[in-house]
Structures are given as structure tokens and as C-alpha cells.
Design a protein around this ligand. Sequence first.
Ligand SMILES: O=C(O)CCC(=O)C(=O)O
Ligand SMILES: [Fe+2]
Length: 282
Amino acid sequence: MNQAKLLTEKQISEFNRDGLLILRNFYDLEQDIKPIQKMVYEIIGFIISKYDLPIIRPEFNPESFDAGFQQILAANRTYGAEIYDAVKQIPAFIRLVAKPEHEQLFRELRTGALPGIAAGGYGVRIDNPNEDKFRASWHQEYPAQLRSLDGLVYWSPLVCVTEDMGPVEFCPGSQVEGPIPVFTQSNKKPEKTGAYSLTLKNEKDLLKKYQHIKPLTNPGDLVIIDFLVLHASGHNTSQRSRWSMQLRYFNFAEPTGQSYGWQGSYAAGINFREIHPELCAD
Ligand SMILES: O=C(O)CCC(=O)C(=O)O
Ligand SMILES: [Fe+2]
């Protein structure tokens, strides 16, 4: 049986060249995205009630599902953390994570792959205005996730990402560098923890070598990112949090991942240095 292809040959070669591919309107807003936005709205409502906050919200609307969230942050930043931890457990989100199309995309982009879902590698980012602590500086996904060398990040926004929200910045083509050594005990970033604290070796020179792009995306759009492509969070200088979903898939068939039993990295409590001492620059 010949399953209909999700990607054209042109898209596959674009991904092979850039390590990056944007599929506009890939998800069904009504079926895939709106149920997630609705549950975020409900969870925000529980927090408003729980802490008895004087916040009045409009009825649910996909465009403004996070209404009240900035006032919650202003009341107490830790309420935001409570919401952050909650929203990755929304069933509609987990259904999206496991959508068969993600396996199929992986197979179309990586011939012979047996895709896996990176445990703990999925979540909903909330990039709040003028916050730096959780901003991802320039990185490749691989050291932060491990599992296999040839993984993919599926990134999709829950809000219309505008220039001032700090869209993710990419260096297309930079996957050809292969895995880049990192400084792990970076005293350059004392405020960052776990994978966020890693710094690329020769970062400045690497970043000069490649073009930089910051594509604007809308709910329903899917950005596919090679585990080895350089990328970084932008700076959100807007009045609204940049809500986005990240799902990460790896390849059971890839030998490097097999050699360490497809283990995860920092978030899984694994010591990156034990798995890849040669990629530790310090
Ligand atoms: O959304 C962001 O700011 C960063 C996303 C990222 O690094 C990722 O999805 O792997
Ligand atoms: Fe990333």
C-alpha cells in the first residue's frame, strides 16, 4: 500500500540543505490546536480562582486564550511556573505529540528511520516578555536531548508570533557542522541551569559562517528542526508571552543513539560528559 506523501521532493531537499523546514497550516486549527488553547484557558482560570486574583477575562477565544496571564505573572511569577508545569499534561497536547503524521514526516525526511518520541522532550514554552532566565541561547538540540544524533524538533506556535515577541532564530545549513563541542561548566551563564547553561565552542565564528533567519509563524504552522541546526530564542519585548509547543522525535535505528541505549540528557538526569566526553570542550 502506498501511503500518500506529506512532503514533496522539493521540501525534502530543502530540509536536507537547510536542516529546517516550515510547513504552513500543517495542523488543523479546530481539531488539533483549539482544544489545547481551550485547556490552557481553563488552567489559567483555575489559577485565577485559586489565588483569588482580581482578573476579569473575556469568554474563551483561540486568539486570546491566554488573556489574564500577564496579570497573573505580575501578581506572582511563581503562578506562571505552576501554569507552565500544568499545560504539558493537557491530553490534547499529548495527542498532538503522538500524531502519526510526526512519524511519517520523520520517515520521509530520514530514509530507513524508526522514529521514537523523546521522553520528557515535549512541552509548551512560555517565553514571557523581558525575561532572560529561560531564553535558549545558541545551541544544537542534540546535547540537550541526546536519544539519537539524527533527531527532529517539531516546533509550533500557539499564538501569532510577531517580530517583537522574539521569534526563534536559525542558522540554516549549520547542521553540516555535525555535533559541536560545548563548554559545560559555563561561568558565562551563571543564571542558567541544565542544558540552558551549555555554550558552543567557537560560537562567534560559527554564527558568522551562516545566514540567520527569524521566520514569523502562526498557529497551525509547523517548523521542523534538525537536531544539529544552530538556533536560539529571540528576545520577547512585546506585551504578550510567546506560547509555543516543542515535540522531539529521535531515531531508534541510528547507531550512536543505540550505543548509549537511547538515553536522554540533562532533563533525564543523565551526565552528558559520560556519554560524549569528546564533545565537552572543558
Ligand atoms: O522557542 C524557543 O524559544 C526555543 C525553541 C527551541 O530551542 C527548541 O524548540 O528546540
Ligand atoms: Fe532548541
